[in-house]
Write a protein that binds this ligand. Structure first.
Ligand SMILES: *[C@@H]1O[C@H](CO)[C@@H](O)[C@H](O)[C@H]1NC(C)=O
Ligand SMILES: *[C@@H]1O[C@H](CO)[C@@H](O)[C@H](O)[C@H]1NC(C)=O
Ligand SMILES: *[C@@H]1O[C@H](CO)[C@@H](O)[C@H](O)[C@H]1NC(C)=O
Ligand SMILES: *[C@@H]1O[C@H](CO)[C@@H](O)[C@H](O)[C@H]1NC(C)=O
Length: 216
């Protein structure tokens, strides 16, 4: 009984502490515009001298331009993170425009640091994410519809409509990070050995070396 009383608040504390760590830290001042020239390494980017900060540090233009989807996957992601918009530094968010050709795929990937909210501006997308129990949650969404991909979970979008599609994605990190599942296995430098990949996938090593050759 007495032990339970001590244990419960401790558990709650650990739970909330870990929740806080799962997201970008909150700002401790009005802003901290990323200083690309700083030699200081911090969690995020060091602040630019406030006297040199201008409105342009909080500005990005060009998301009205369609991305070039003439590539193997038929999709293009224009991610406006802290690298492109220095005013995002310490504000815990970023945005992207994603274009999909007909049949275009934004292949299975995760964002280790962000939940993503996807808004379809035009077209039809078959979207889905996979939970840690390997259950697939998928749906076909169209113009004006929104889908959320929870932080860290593998997800994808596929344009199986009859016209090009475009969507806007919002992230709760200034630097969501992207891990493409296929590239993380078959496109690493140096490569993961075929023995390891073959065993992991229950196939012959000639299969893994063939897939690897597609990611050179
Ligand atoms: C910031 O800029 C102002 C004006 O140029 C300068 O006086 C000040 O020393 C700078 N601060 C730092 C820490 O460099
Ligand atoms: C789109 O990318 C393809 C392949 O890289 C290239 O040939 C083409 O010129 C690009 N189109 C535009 C409009 O930039
Ligand atoms: C898109 O794919 C989903 C899943 O396979 C399917 O349910 C849906 O009917 C497809 N829509 C079109 C327009 O092909
Ligand atoms: C791998 O080797 C097996 C057995 O030799 C063969 O049947 C199969 O076609 C090969 N697969 C590839 C992708 O080369």
């Amino acid at each position: 009984m007495a032990l339970g009383h001590i244990f419960l608040p401790a558990t709650v504390l650990v739970f909330f502490a870990s929740l806080a760590l799962a997201f970008d830290p909150s700002p401790l001042q009005d802003f901290c515009v990323a200083d690309r020239n700083s030699q200081v390494f911090v969690n995020g980017v060091a602040c630019k001298n406030r006297t040199q900060v201008t409105a342009d540090d909080f500005f990005f233009t060009g998301l009205d331009n369609p991305g070039n989807t003439s590539n193997k996957l038929g999709s293009f992601v224009n991610l406006v993170n802290v690298d492109k918009l220095p005013g995002l530094n310490t504000n815990g968010m970023s945005v992207a425009r994603i274009d999909y050709a007909i049949g275009g795929l934004n292949p299975p990937h995760t964002h280790p640091r962000a939940t993503e909210t996807l808004v379809v501006l035009d077209g039809l997308l078959y979207v889905g994410f996979v939970a840690t129990d390997n259950k697939l949650y998928s749906k076909v969404i169209s113009k004006g519809e929104v889908f959320v991909f929870p932080i860290g979970l593998v997800h994808f979008q596929f344009n199986n409509g009859t016209c090009p599609a475009v969507a806007i994605a919002a992230f709760n990190s200034q630097n969501p990070g992207t891990v493409r599942v296929a590239n993380a296995l078959f496109g690493t430098r140096p490569p993961i050995s075929d023995g390891i990949l073959a065993k992991a996938l229950s196939v012959d090593t000639n299969v893994t070396s063939y897939i690897k050759s597609q990611f050179q």
